[in-house]
Design a binder for this molecule. Structure first.
Ligand SMILES: Cc1cc2nc3c(=O)[nH]c(=O)nc-3n(C[C@H](O)[C@H](O)[C@H](O)COP(=O)(O)OP(=O)(O)OC[C@H]3O[C@@H](n4cnc5c(N)ncnc54)[C@H](O)[C@@H]3O)c2cc1C
Length: 470
C-alpha cells in the first residue's frame, strides 16, 4: 500500500483521472506476457508529459517507492511484473508521433507509440524503420528500446539499438537529460543513448526518442526452402552467409512448429518436412533477383528438397504473418507457453538445434523450435501446464541445460527478450561475477535507492550451473 502522503502527492501531479489503485486495475497490471509471474502493484499512474514524469520520480525517489515503467506488457521476461510492488507507470497518454524529419531521416516519438503505427506513418512517406518485432501490432517504442528488440529483418538491418539516435530520459532523482541528437557523428562524452537502450526500465524513464529512418527498399522477394534434415537447413544458413549474401530475413521453423502454425494460419505451409527456412531479400530489383537465385542454388546444394518462391506480395505477407504468429499458434496447445531465446553464433545453429531436441527427449517434453536463424537467435518453445508441478520442474531443468549449452557454444541466455526477473538468476552464467559487479555499479550511480524496476536484471541468488552429461 502506498502511504497516504505519497498517494495524495501523486494524485496532485496527474489528477484523479490518471491515478488508479482499485483492486481491478492493480490486478490487470499485476502480470505481463510472461507465464508464472504475478505480483500486485500498489497503484497505476498515467502521466501526460515529461514534467509529470519528473515530478512522479522525485516523489518516488524521496519515499523509495518502486516504479515499473510499462508499455504494452508484451515482454517475455517478467520485465513489467511489479515483483516488489510500487507504481506501474503507463504511457498510454504519451503516445504521439512528434515529428518525421525527411531531411535528417529521423522520426521523433513519445514512448507509448505503438510500433506498427509508427512504421505505417513513416512508410506513407516512402521511409523505412526496419526493427519489426513480431509483437509490433501491440508493442510500444518505449518497450522496444528498453528490451532492444529485434525482428525478422534483424539479420540485414540490425535491432532497435541500431536506430536509436537520441533520447530524453528522466532520471530517478527527477533530472531530465537529453542524449545524442540528429547527428551522424557525435562523440561528446560517454554514449548514454546506448546505455539506456536495453536497460529494461532499471536506469530511468524514457520520455522521448529520436529514431533513424532509411529509404524504403525498391523491391523485395520471399522464398521457402524445405528440408527433410534439420542439419541441412542449419548448414544452408551458414553457407548463404559464407557466400557473402546477407538476406533481409533468414528464419527457421522446425516440423512441430510448422504443424501448429499451419493449423493456426491455414496458408498451405508444408508440414511433411523436417524444417523450413523462410528467406527474404530486398533492394534494387536486379540485386534481389540475383541473390534469390544464388540462395536457391545454395539451399539445393545443401539438400533442400524443394524451393518455393512467393508468387505475389500477398503470398509473401501471408508467410511472414504465419512466422510472426508462431508463438500465438503454439500458445493454443496448452495452458502455459514458455518461450526462450537462447542465441548462438550462427555457425553453431545446427549443433544448438540438435541439442535442444536431445534435451526435449531427455526431459520428455514437447519443444517447438523456430527463430531468427540468420542471427543465431532461436526460440525453443515449450507448451506445458503450470499446474503440473512435476512437469514444470522438468521444463525448468531443460531450459537451464539449453542456456548452458548456448553459453558453451559462445552464445547467450537472451538474444532479444531481455533478462527481467525471469532470466536474472542465469545472468551470472553469461557475465561472470565481475560483469555483474560492473553493471551493479552503473545501476547504483543512476539509481542509488533502487526505485527503478527493482528485482529485474539482478537476481538475489544466481542459479548454480548444471553439468551437461552429453
Ligand atoms: C507474441 C509475441 C511476439 C514477440 N515477438 C518479439 C520479437 O519478434 N522480437 C522481440 O525482440 N521481442 C518480441 N516479443 C517480446 C516483446 O514484445 C518485446 O520485448 C517488446 O519490445 C515489448 O514492448 P512493450 O511495449 O510490450 O514493453 P513492455 O513489455 O511493457 O516493457 C518492456 C520493458 O521496457 C520497460 N519500459 C517500457 N517503457 C519504458 C519507458 N518509457 N521507459 C523506461 N522503461 C520502459 C519496462 O519496464 C520493461 O522492462 C514478443 C512478445 C510476444 C507476446
Amino acid at each position: 500500500m502506498l502511504a497516504n502522503e505519497v498517494r495524495e502527492k501523486l494524485i496532485a501531479i496527474v489528477t484523479k483521472a490518471n491515478f488508479d489503485d482499485s483492486k481491478t486495475e492493480r490486478l490487470v497490471y499485476s502480470y505481463d506476457a510472461t507465464p508464472n509471474f504475478q505480483s500486485m502493484p500498489d497503484a497505476v499512474v498515467s502521466p501526460r508529459n515529461t514534467a509529470e514524469v519528473a515530478e512522479i520520480l522525485k516523489i518516488c525517489n524521496q519515499h523509495q517507492v518502486p516504479i515499473v515503467p510499462r508499455g504494452s506488457g508484451t515482454n517475455l521476461c517478467a520485465g513489467t511484473c511489479p515483483t516488489e510492488g510500487g507504481i506501474v507507470l503507463l504511457f498510454k497518454q504519451m503516445n504521439r508521433i512528434l515529428e518525421i524529419d525527411e531531411e535528417n531521416l529521423t522520426v521523433t516519438v513519445q514512448p507509448g507509440v505503438i510500433t506498427l503505427d509508427m512504421i505505417h506513418a513513416v512508410e506513407a512517406l516512402g521511409l523505412f524503420y526496419p526493427p519489426d518485432p513480431s509483437s509490433m501490432k501491440i508493442s510500444t517504442i518505449g518497450g522496444n528500446i528498453n528490451e532492444n528488440s529485434g525482428g525478422l529483418r534483424g539479420l540485414k538491418y540490425g535491432v532497435t539499438r541500431d536506430y536509436v539516435m537520441a533520447l530524453e530520459v528522466v532520471l530517478p532523482n527527477g533530472d531530465v537529460i537529453r542524449t545524442g541528437g540528429k547527428l551522424a557523428k557525435d562523440v561528446a562524452g560517454y554514449d548514454l543513448t546506448r546505455l539506456f537502450v536495453g536497460s529494461e526500465g532499471t536506469l530511468g524513464v524514457i520520455t522521448e526518442a529520436t529514431l533513424k529512418l532509411i529509404p524504403m527498399p525498391e523491391t523485395k522477394k520471399t522464398m521457402l526452402a524445405l528440408y527433410q534434415d534439420l542439419n541441412a537447413a542449419a548448414k544452408s544458413v551458414s553457407a548463404i552467409i559464407a557466400n557473402k549474401i546477407i538476406p533481409t530475413t533468414l528464419e527457421f521453423l522446425d516440423q512441430p512448429t510448422l504443424k501448429v502454425v499451419e493449423e493456426f494460419a491455414q496458408i498451405g505451409l508444408p508440414t511433411d518436412v523436417q524444417a523450413v527456412l523462410l528467406i527474404e531479400q530486398d533492394g534494387p530489383a536486379e540485386v534481389v533477383e540475383r541473390d534469390l537465385t544464388s540462395m536457391a542454388e545454395i539451399c539445393k546444394q545443401e539438400q533442400a528438397v524443394s524451393i518455393q518462391i512467393a508468387a505475389s506480395e500477398v503470398e509473401a505477407e501471408a508467410l511472414r504473418t504465419a512466422r510472426r504468429a508462431a508463438l500465438s499458434a503454439i500458445a493454443r496447445l496448452k495452458p502455459t507457453t514458455i518461450l526462450e531465446d537462447a542465441t548462438v553464433p550462427r555457425s553453431e545453429i545446427a549443433k544448438m538445434v540438435q541439442t535442444i531436441n536431445e534435451i526435449a527427449e531427455k526431459y520428455q517434453l514437447e519443444i517447438c523450435t523456430f527463430g531468427h536463424a540468420g542471427d543465431g537467435n532461436l526460440h525453443p518453445t515449450c507448451a506445458t501446464d503450470a499446474r503440473n508441478h512435476e512437469e514444470m520442474e522438468r521444463v525448468e531443468q531443460a531450459f537451464a541445460e539449453i542456456f548452458e549449452k548456448a553459453i558453451d557454444l559462445g552464445g547467450t541466455i537472451t538474444g532479444e527478450h531481455g533478462v527481467g526477473a525471469m532470466k536474472a538468476p542465469y545472468l551470472e552464467w553469461k557475465l561472470k561475477a565481475e560483469g555483474i559487479a560492473a553493471m551493479k555499479a552503473i545501476k547504483l550511480a543512476f539509481d542509488p535507492h533502487n526505485i527503478m524496476n527493482p528485482g529485474k536484471v539482478f537476481a538475489k541468488d544466481s542459479k548454480k550451473r548444471v553439468v551437461i552429461t552429453r
